[in-house]
Write a protein that binds this ligand. Structure first.
Ligand code: NAP
Length: 255
């Protein structure tokens, strides 16, 4: 039987970055199924077109797809401007884009790669909100997608982890700066089988070892991350700001 969802985003407009597959697409779908008009985007037009088609095939009509590499200033501005032209406002921004171009120890990582990680995973999120800020409604909500690795950066992807730690601080800083009109929260997923995490799921032994780290003995799903994101973005979380919700099946993280 189809799960009945609430309609918490009826009449609302949501932008989700990096949303043509994986967690971002899952979040866009969830917000749309709860009534939002969603603006999805990623770097490649083909992926944008395919994702729009996928959502339409699920009966979601209120969706606009745009190309937006989050590190490209023009494309970020275009994302905001086209959203305003079409829908006239923004109620939810989910900043989901991140890259991890190299699995090497921090002190062996080239400066250009350190820059790329910082620029895509942290700086672009700030710059996007600079553009979106003037259009955010009273009662709007911003969500950053961090990672469990933000609490304990993994040796093999340490700088990626450090950028995710930065998002925890950014959540606190922007929650204070954007209050009281806009709430700013963060979701920190554990392992979710997506293209990004393919290096784990492709190897059965690695997958089992990550499953064992959880209390629930399994990896997460994009739907579960989307459900937590929708909660924080909705009025059900109206007295929550500056917080990070860990969605990791009980994997040890913090108190
Ligand atoms: P994914 O399935 O690989 O999807 C990545 C999406 O991002 C694609 O739609 C891709 O489309 C787009 N993208 C990549 N670089 C971009 C850029 N510079 N600008 C705009 N779009 C870009 O990844 P995912 O696992 O869903 O990851 C999403 C977020 O969750 C990331 O922030 C990641 O750090 C976080 N996370 C994931 C896991 C996990 O286990 N999967 C765990 C913790 C946190 P194009 O190729 O068309 O650009």
């Amino acid at each position: 039987m189809e799960k009945m969802l609430a309609r918490r985003f009826e009449g609302k407009v949501a932008i989700v970055t990096a949303s043509t597959q994986g967690i971002g697409l899952g979040i866009a779908e969830r917000l749309a199924l709860e009534g939002a008009s969603v603006v999805i985007s990623s770097r490649k037009q083909k992926n944008v077109d395919e994702a729009v088609e996928k959502l339409r095939a699920k009966g979601i009509q209120q969706v606009m797809g745009l190309v937006c590499h989050v590190s490209d200033a023009e494309q970020r501005k275009n994302l905001i401007n086209k959203t305003i032209e079409k829908y006239g406002k923004i109620d939810v921004v989910v900043s989901n884009a991140a890259v991890n171009p190299a699995n090497i120890p921090l002190l062996q990582t080239q400066e250009s790669i350190l820059d790329k990680l910082w620029e895509t995973n942290v700086k672009a999120a700030i710059l996007l909100l600079k553009d979106a800020g003037p259009h955010l409604q009273k009662g709007s909500s911003v969500i950053f997608i961090s990672s469990l690795g933000g609490y304990q950066p993994q040796p093999s992807m340490a700088m990626y982890g450090v950028t995710k730690t930065a998002l925890l601080g950014l959540t606190k800083a922007l929650a204070a700066e954007m209050a009281p009109d806009v709430r700013v929260n963060c979701v920190a997923p554990g392992f979710v089988p997506t293209r990004f995490a393919a290096y784990i799921t492709a190897n059965e032994a690695a997958k089992k070892s990550f499953e064992k780290m959880t209390l629930l003995n399994r990896l997460g799903t994009t739907e579960e991350v989307a459900a937590a994101t929708a909660f924080l973005a909705s009025d059900d979380a109206s007295y929550i700001t500056g917080e990070t919700l860990i969605v990791a099946g009980g994997t040890p993280s913090r108190l």
